[in-house]
Design a protein around this ligand. Structure first.
Ligand code: FES
Length: 164
């Protein structure tokens, strides 16, 4: 598996924080997902070997916790907050609009691989909802019209890069 050197360093550091190696399984899954964007079957095997576990033990964690993805994400990662404050001011409609704009199912990646759209829990900006995070950038007060603009910007970048 091709992990970045800094991820490998963090992984080795994290393992030393636990008296029993197997307890590091969740932190390792987070680090691998951060590095690769998802948890591939070979990542499960790699983590299992690293922690002296059976792959099935790691696989169970990946399937139990909804934050772990087993498929690669799109070029752009759109996360819409679904927690109460954002939901009360239209978060669900914003998510629906994003889905329509890219013809993409929730929690999935669009057919062209351009975007992955997910509902997430509170993005810590509850007073300025609905909140949408696109890659590492937080967008506040994103109502439906703004969602359309953001989608248009994403498409414009894809077109400029020769993908549309
Ligand atoms: S509820 Fe949406 S950011 Fe907190």
């Amino acid at each position: 598996m091709n992990l970045k050197p800094e991820t490998l360093e963090k992984i080795d550091g994290v393992i030393t924080h636990y008296p029993v190696k197997r307890s590091a399984a969740l932190p390792l899954l987070h680090l691998v997902q951060e590095d690769q964007g998802f948890i591939a079957p070979e990542a499960i095997e790699w983590i299992a070997e690293k922690l002296e576990l059976q792959p099935v033990n790691v696989y169970e964690l990946v399937t139990f916790y909804p934050m772990f993805r087993q498929q690669p994400i799109g070029r752009r990662h759109i996360k819409v907050c679904r927690t109460l404050s954002c939901a009360l001011v239209g978060g669900f409609q914003v998510c629906e609009e994003m889905r329509k704009q890219f013809d993409c199912a929730l929690g999935a990646t669009s057919a062209d691989g351009e975007v992955t759209i997910e509902f997430v829990e509170c993005l810590a900006s509850c007073g300025t909802g609905p909140v949408v995070m696109i890659d590492d950038e937080l967008h506040e007060k994103v109502h439906v019209a703004r969602a359309r603009e953001l989608a248009a910007q994403i498409r414009a970048v894809a077109a400029a890069e020769g993908r549309a």
